[in-house]
Design a protein around this ligand. Structure first.
Ligand code: UDP
Length: 368
């Protein structure tokens, strides 16, 4: 069986890397990797950490390209790859333009599609934008759906996807994390720099934020909350700031030059998971971080109003706090001051799996 794995962004690369490794171990498959490089540097560092060399590199990143231009270029560029390798199955991931456009292109050519991290939904077309529609498009054209949880499988069943085509496997992000945390090189310059900032007597809050739905006023509220939290003597904030100019401006205007706050460039995955492991608390709007942090026994406050990751909220591994300044401060203060609430939160089981998702996916692919 010939399998083509296609991805283009950092989070997709992280979540597909352990699957590529597992597929390549399997003799009955010929596995090739195609990257659209929708993100360039952020993708390359993940490939290098997991030691994956793509067979096809479409190199599609361009500064300021619109979603329509990117989508059209993906459709055009993937077509000859599909003709050249002529795979029996294309595997795409999640909710990116790469996912939806490659799925559509494969469908046009009559090639079967497997969707990894299938079935996540907010059912709000604009949150997250454009991801919600990307994953719905991929879901409509996919033939096999690897749902991380029962809830994502239920979403697909409600959309009349055939039960026999849905497999609940957990999320491959945990596989990536458990492998990754064993392979961190603490001698890296970026890690050494962060170590110099960290005061072992203080509680480290790690922050990330990059979602379009939070840009504008909401981002100011979020940053003001962080500024307020940083006035506490017992706290340090470390924030790898996303490169999007909408994020950079607000963050540096609000939080620049504060000696309790370390603003740094986005970290390589290797350094980032090391940092997560040093944290006491995480404040983020990232999807992947919510899924991986509970496996490191770290609590997460999610600065969004809606979530496609209800399992984490229900299980109590994360708390959805929105972007209201007072609310963020209140919830963070509880976790900083109330050890019982903190301990309960971190002892909850991670609903996204135990690091066996890739083996489960490969077993399914062998059986069909
Ligand atoms: N991540 C990283 N460096 C950073 C911030 C995040 O490598 O500076 C990783 C993180 O461990 C997670 C993934 O990137 O696995 C999440 O990506 P992002 O937040 O960009 O996207 P989302 O998960 O929300 O789609």
């Amino acid at each position: 069986k010939k399998i083509l794995v296609v991805f283009g962004t950092r989070p997709e690369a992280i979540k597909m890397a352990p699957l590529v490794k597992e597929l390549k171990k399997t003799e009955e498959f010929t596995t090739k990797v195609c990257v659209t490089a929708q993100h360039r540097e952020m993708l390359d560092q993940v490939l290098s950490f997991f030691k994956i060399t793509p067979d096809y590199d479409l190199d599609l990143m361009k500064i300021d390209q619109s979603l329509n231009e990117l989508s059209a270029r993906i459709l055009m560029a993937i077509d000859p790859v599909l003709s050249d390798f002529n795979p029996d199955l294309v595997l795409v991931h999640g909710d990116t333009s790469t996912s939806s456009m490659v799925a559509l292109a494969s469908f046009h050519k009559g090639i079967k599609i497997g969707h990894v991290e299938a079935g996540l939904r907010t059912y709000n077309k604009y949150a997250p934008f454009p991801e919600e529609i990307n994953r719905q498009i991929t879901g409509r054209v996919a033939d096999i759906h690897f749902a991380p949880t029962q809830q994502s499988a239920n979403n697909l069943l409600n959309e009349k996807v055939n039960e026999k085509d849905i497999f609940i496997t957990g999320n491959t992000v945990i596989d990536a994390l458990l492998w990754g945390i064993q392979h961190v090189n603490e001698g890296r310059e970026d890690i050494k720099e962060i170590k110099q900032f960290i005061d072992v007597n203080k509680k480290v809050i790690v922050v990330t934020g990059h979602r379009r739905e939070n840009f504008g006023d909401k981002f100011y509220e979020f940053c003001n909350a962080l500024k307020q939290l940083a006035t506490r003597e017992d706290v340090q904030i470390i924030y790898p700031v996303h490169l999007n100019p909408n994020v950079q401006k607000v963050v540096y205007d609000t939080l620049g030059n504060h000696n309790n706050i370390l603003l740094i460039a986005p970290l390589d995955y290797e350094a980032f998971i090391w940092l997560l492991n040093q944290s006491y608390l995480i404040i983020t709007d990232s999807g992947g971080v919510q899924e991986e942090a509970p496996s490191l026994k770290k609590p997460v406050l999610v600065t969004r109003d809606v979530t496609e990751r209800q399992e984490a909220v229900i299980e109590g591994t994360v708390k959805l706090v929105g972007t209201n300044q007072e609310k963020i401060i209140k919830e963070a203060t509880i976790l900083l001051d109330n050890i019982e609430v903190y301990s309960t939160m971190v002892s909850n089981k991670n609903p996204y799996g135990d690091g066996t998702a890739c083996v489960q996916i490969v077993n399914v692919l062998k059986s069909i």
